[in-house]
Ligand binder design. Structure first.
Ligand code: FMN
Length: 219
């Protein structure tokens, strides 16, 4: 699957099968997490077979069903955008392994998570992981013109980057971001709102994959 197919295949999934992650997938996820932590200085952790954070033993907790695996997104304060960027990199790695996911800022029991915090670190949010009962469904998307200065005749890479960003998960599907291009550089900005800085990191990662460019694209 190429990157755009991978991005198109990902949707939030909140109901999971009672099936542990395969050993090979756990190893692959851990390797990717280690690479992300090394590059970013974050302290992202994979937690498996832990039913408490999503009350997986109870009939239903929030919208989640049978979630026993998750990523704990941990880092120093003020790292919201990085949390988005690297969290989504791991989400798409999970998707490539056939593991479904959902970013979760609110609807879990923070006090019940099995997470290790170093000094000065905090738990930003978690990402539910598992084999979905379904593959989820496409979210409603804004138009390219709502989120960018794209106009006819602009380069394909710019359009592709924005299209990939519009397929990204954002909190409450708010899509409060904006791209502007100046030659071969792009500025990405978050509007005011809940978790929009984290959303910005997520959409910047999608943009890079869609445009097939690295992070030197950003102004
Ligand atoms: C930063 C962030 C926080 C989120 N928090 C929650 C949450 O607390 N509970 C939940 O059910 N979904 C949560 N979501 C999932 C969004 O609702 C979902 O990504 C959005 O509706 C788009 O749908 P999609 O992921 O299927 O494309 C969150 C997503 C992001 C990016």
């Amino acid at each position: 699957m190429n990157n755009m197919e991978l991005i198109r295949s990902r949707h939030s999934v909140r109901g999971f099968l009672d099936k542990p992650l395969s050993n090979d997938s756990v190893s692959a996820l851990k390797a990717e997490i280690e690479a992300c932590n090394k590059e970013s200085g974050l302290h992202i952790q994979l937690i498996t077979n832990e039913p408490e954070a999503f009350q997986a033993g109870k009939a239903s907790y929030g919208q989640f069903k049978c979630c026993k695996n998750y990523l704990a997104l941990v880092g120093a304060k003020g790292q919201d955008e990085k949390i988005g960027y690297y969290g989504e990199r791991i989400v798409l790695t999970a998707q490539s392994l056939g593991i479904n996911s959902c970013w979760v800022a609110l609807t879990y029991k923070k006090g019940k998570t099995d997470v290790k915090l170093g000094s000065g670190e905090k738990l930003y949010m978690v990402i539910a992981l598992g084999y979905g009962e379904t593959q989820g469904a496409a979210h409603k998307q804004k138009n390219i013109s709502d989120v960018s200065d794209y106009k006819d005749g602009d380069p394909d890479w710019y359009r592709n980057g924005i299209e990939a960003a519009l397929l990204a998960p954002t909190a409450m599907n708010q899509q409060k971001f904006r791209f502007e291009r100046n030659g071969d550089k792009v500025t990405a900005k978050a509007a005011w709102g809940f978790y929009t800085k984290t959303d910005l990191g997520i959409v910047k990662y999608h943009f890079e994959l869609g445009a097939n460019l690295d992070n030197s694209i950003w102004n």
